[in-house]
Structures are given as C-alpha cells and as structure tokens.
Design a protein around this ligand. Structure first.
Ligand code: AG3
Length: 279
C-alpha cells in the first residue's frame, strides 16, 4: 500500500505498510496498520504508539520496573494504556485489581477488536476500565500501590498528564509512580518539562530503554516514590512472581538507570536548578 512516515524534527521514520486495517477520527485520529516487517502498528494523531515487533520492549520496561520496585503491588492504576499492553504486563504480578483510566474509549474498542495485543487483559475480570480524564480521576481517587502513566506525547488530549498539579495528585495517591517521559534525544524539551514538573517527587529518577520504532530509538521513563534499586531484592521478586518477559530482566532493570554522560548532565541540570531555587 505504501509507506507510513512519522516525521520528527528534520528527520523521520519510514515503515512499509501493507494495509490500513481501521481508522477512526474522533477526539484523536486512531489508525491501525498491517506493516510489512513489524506486524500490526497503532498510530495516534500521526505518532507511532506501538508495533507488535517492539511493543514489549516498551511495555515491559514501563511496567516491571515500578511493579518490581514495590514489595506487594495488589492495587494498580494505569492512566492511558488503552491498547492493553501495560495491563497485560501488570497482570503478570497477580494483582487483585487493575484500573485503566483511558480518555478515549475508541482506543480501547479498536485495540480490543483489531490490534489484540492485550492478551485478553482488557476483558480480564480484575481489570476495570474507566473512560475519563486521568487527572480528574486522580482528584477523587483512593490510594493505589502503583500508578503507571502510559500516555501519548503531550497533545491537547493528554496535556493534563504532564503538569505539576498532575504529579502532585499522583504523589499523594501511590507508593510507586512511573510515567513514560519521551525521547531525550529528539524531544528534549518535553523530557525536561516532565522532569521539572514532577519536582514534588523528591527522589525521582530517570531510566532508559531501547524502543526501535519510537523517535530515534532511545526512550525514557520517570520513576518515583518508595524505590528499591537493590539487584538481589529485585531479582528475588522477579523469580518469586515467576514473571516471563522477552526484554526485561533484573540486570537490565538496574543498568537502565545508568545514563550516558550527556543525559546525566541534562538530568542533573534540571535537578540542581531546583535545589538552587530552594536554597
Ligand atoms: N505511548 C508512548 C509512546 C509515544 C511515542 N511517540 C511518538 N511516536 N512520537 C505508548 C502507548 C503504548 N501503550
């Protein structure tokens, strides 16, 4: 059928598509394609959200790092994540309850019917789906063990998940918090904004992963709360919970927090700016 191209600043990623399986224009433009080399692909507002080929690289790192940082996560909130990939990974920890708060019900419907990467998580009886704005939900929410934010890039629809008020609400409602924090190479402004706006979390940390179909391949995550970065502890929990993964392992968990110098500098600059202001 041709090529799908996601354009970044002065470059882009071009993926051969065989067929457009479905498209819906509502509060967001949702497209699902069959690609030649990467299986099915979900695109929202022109931006690649996942391909079957590498979605686990992203979802496993987004989910298992916070879930294994918690000693016993039974009650988990996912904000966004309407494709069900994050919920599928959370269920591997045998929680009692998972709430998905997704603003766009069409994402859930189309992904359930056409993408099917959720491993039936979207129909699991422990999973409750709420169609609502994530920030508004948090204002009235009770506490969760872990909150995971699986959002799109900042956009008019998702913007409220990136501001100071959002992070402060999240902080009060969980032990461990984690969100995707964009490409530190080609989306440095978004990355810095997320880091700055989350200053309510004293101990926030950045970790990275390789996701080939995201902008320039290097992806970042922000985690905060009651964290453990002790390899033995994480490894023990991983084995005890019998988690099966294709990308994540406890070694990668620990090493993902080792940032290259240029990125360490960016992170330190933002963190020090804050200390400077409060000094
Ligand atoms: N959301 C984070 C990926 C955003 C990718 N951005 C882009 N291609 N410009 C992933 C949602 C999948 N559950």
């Amino acid at each position: 059928m041709g090529w799908f191209v996601e354009y970044y600043n002065g470059c882009g990623l071009k993926i051969k598509v065989i067929d457009k399986i479905v498209e819906h224009r509502g509060i967001q433009r949702i497209e699902i394609y069959q690609t030649e080399s990467f299986g099915k692909m979900l695109v929202i507002d022109g931006k690649i959200q996942l391909t079957e080929f590498d979605e686990a690289f992203y979802h496993e790192m987004l989910v298992h790092v916070p879930m294994l940082s918690h000693p016993n996560p039974k009650n988990v909130l996912i904000i966004g994540g309407g494709d069900g990939g994050a919920a599928r990974e959370v269920l591997k920890h045998n929680p009692d309850r998972v709430v998905i708060v997704e603003i766009d019900e069409k994402v859930i419907e189309l992904c359930k019917n056409y993408l099917k990467i959720d491993g039936n998580a979207l129909s699991d009886e422990r999973v409750e789906i709420v169609i609502f704005d994530g920030k508004e939900f948090l204002k009235k929410a009770k506490d969760f063990d872990v909150i995971i934010v699986d959002s799109t890039d900042p956009s008019p629809v998702s913007m409220s998940l990136f501001d100071e008020e959002f992070f402060s609400l999240a902080k009060d409602r969980c032990d461990v918090f984690c969100c995707q924090s964009q490409s530190p190479t080609i989306q440095l402004n978004y990355f810095k904004e997320i880091l700055k706006n989350s200053k309510v979390f004293e101990n926030r940390r950045i970790y990275i992963s390789y996701v080939p179909t995201y902008p320039l391949g290097l992806w970042s995550f922000l985690i905060a709360g009651e964290l453990s970065l002790n390899f033995k502890k994480i490894n023990r929990r991983y084995r005890k919970r019998k988690i099966k993964t294709i990308y994540y392992n406890p070694e990668i968990h620990i090493s993902a927090f080792n940032l290259p110098n240029w990125l360490k500098e960016v992170v330190d600059d933002v963190l020090n700016e804050r200390r400077g202001r409060n000094a």
